[in-house]
Write a protein that binds this ligand. Structure first.
Ligand SMILES: Cc1cc2nc3c(=O)[nH]c(=O)nc-3n(C[C@H](O)[C@H](O)[C@H](O)COP(=O)(O)OP(=O)(O)OC[C@H]3O[C@@H](n4cnc5c(N)ncnc54)[C@H](O)[C@@H]3O)c2cc1C
Length: 415
């Protein structure tokens, strides 16, 4: 394939595929490199996404890709106190992630993308105003390389734009079980506690037909052992799973990047999207909506740059302004919320749940559900006097408690 492309996308995950689809649809001559022989495998994601997000991305997904839809979430505190968030109508879905990627790839190919499967890109070097892609397809060149390789971004490291010192991630693990008993139909469940998922949370997402996706993300410990313990101590004990759950599949542990500013997401002929750019919600680890939304901004920028004949660093810096304009406040606010909430010990977390029960904040969240811009929703609540008082009440006890007992119960407990 001795061709010269306008755009080379590295990585056939959701962000790379969505970017290649938008690029080809706007007439950009695009090649997509994916290191695996097929699209959609291996998989690591639970596929939970807001319905509003799917609409905003302009996707009309076929019904077969929906494995469940949800109107809310039940949050479980470390001691078992439950808090229900109920939007009163369906707001989110769990999608068949493998099928979703294959669907995007089919659309992208029909729009004109050249797919190079089984091709790991090892680097790219400048070659007379273009970039030469270093892979088995040695002769391929492109004007712009869009890096959608996921996390950690090793290729970006090879190109000197990221270093292992920038690494900041949780480790997530997921599985699908054949049979589960949802607490309430149409609700996902989240479980908090340092003994369950230190520094984050565990989940149970019921699926149509009676199964469920379960999983957790953690900042420490062995993810597989934590998952086994979560199933045994929480799900089997509470009757959510049968005594001997049958696993349909256990997905390999995978990093979930936590954004902390740092590295650039553009360069000379270079754009970086998705997990490779740490475009992931710090409070939930969800990267589908944000990564794909940022991919569309990258393609918008690439299109302008190609038509102006200038894909240098200055021209492509527009992309970073666009995506940070849309998401950096959100990333900062959600990052602060994550640090505050997941830094709590179990007793403080329980106190927070107690403070939130029956609070005006929960009512506000129910009447105005917002999955993709939680930071903005919290800001709105803070600007409302009732919301402000409710937040101050709910958060004062655990945070004052944490201040006085800092360090007393932050270790991973081994119940
Ligand atoms: C356990 C877990 C559960 C999650 N659940 C959710 C969820 O419910 N909802 C949500 O929104 N997000 C979730 N996420 C996050 C979500 O999976 C990611 O944000 C999303 O997959 C990012 O997509 P991406 O295209 O940027 O990267 P990836 O999905 O990682 O895809 C990158 C692709 O690039 C390929 N690649 C890498 N390097 C090269 C190379 N040099 N050459 C060629 N190909 C290469 C890889 O093989 C891969 O196919 C979850 C993550 C984990 C770990």
């Amino acid at each position: 394939m001795g061709r010269h492309f306008d755009l080379a996308v590295v990585g056939g995950g959701p962000c790379g595929l969505y970017a290649s689809l938008l690029a080809s649809r706007s007439g950009i001559d695009t090649v997509l490199f994916e290191e695996h022989e097929s699209i959609g495998s291996p998989q690591h994601c639970a596929g939970h996404i807001s319905l509003k997000g799917i609409r905003e991305l302009g996707l009309r997904l076929p019904q077969r890709l929906f494995r469940g839809t949800y109107r809310g979430a039940i949050l479980h505190s470390p001691s078992g106190r439950a808090l229900t968030l109920d939007a009163g109508e369906e707001v989110s879905a769990s999608i068949d992630r493998r099928g979703f990627e294959i669907y995007l790839s089919d659309l992208s190919q029909s729009a004109g993308t050249t797919l190079a499967l089984g091709e790991r890109v090892r680097g790219a070097r400048p070659a007379g105003g273009s970039l030469e892609i270093i892979s088995r397809l040695r002769s391929a060149k492109c004007k712009i390389l869009l890096d959608a390789e996921g996390y950690p971004p090793r290729l970006l490291g090879e190109m000197g734009a990221w270093s292992p010192g920038d690494y900041s991630a949780l480790i997530g693990i997921g599985a699908e079980v054949e049979e589960a008993y949802a607490a309430r139909e149409g609700f996902v469940e989240l479980y908090f506690g340092r003994g369950i998922a230190p520094g984050f949370f565990a989940w149970l997402i019921p699926l149509k037909g009676g199964g469920a996706r379960i999983g957790l993300a953690t900042e420490g410990g062995n993810p597989r052992q934590l998952l086994d313990r979560f199933m045994r101590d929480r799900l089997i004990r509470s009757g959510r799973l049968p005594d001997r759950p049958r696993m349909v599949e256990v997905l390999p542990p995978h990093p979930i990047p936590i954004w902390r500013g740092g590295y650039k997401t553009y360069g000379n002929g270079l754009l970086v999207v998705g997990d490779a750019a740490s475009q992931v919600k710090p409070t939930t680890g969800g990267g589908l909506f944000m990564g794909m939304r940022c991919s569309s901004m990258a393609i918008e920028t690439a299109k302008l740059a190609l038509s102006a004949g200038d894909w240098g660093s200055d021209a492509l810096s527009r992309y970073e302004r666009l995506w940070k304009g849309a998401f950096s406040l959100e990333l900062r606010l959600m990052g602060a919320i994550r640090r505050a909430i997941f830094g709590l010990g179990d007793r403080e977390m329980d106190a927070l749940f107690e403070g939130l029960s029956n609070s005006a904040l929960v009512e506000m969240a129910n009447s105005n559900p917002e999955m993709d811009f939680q930071g903005r929703a919290l800001l709105r609540a803070l600007l409302n006097p009732i919301g402000f008082i409710s937040i101050a009440r709910a958060f004062s006890r655990p945070f004052l408690g944490a201040l006085f007992k800092r360090g007393s119960n932050r270790r991973v407990d081994s119940r």
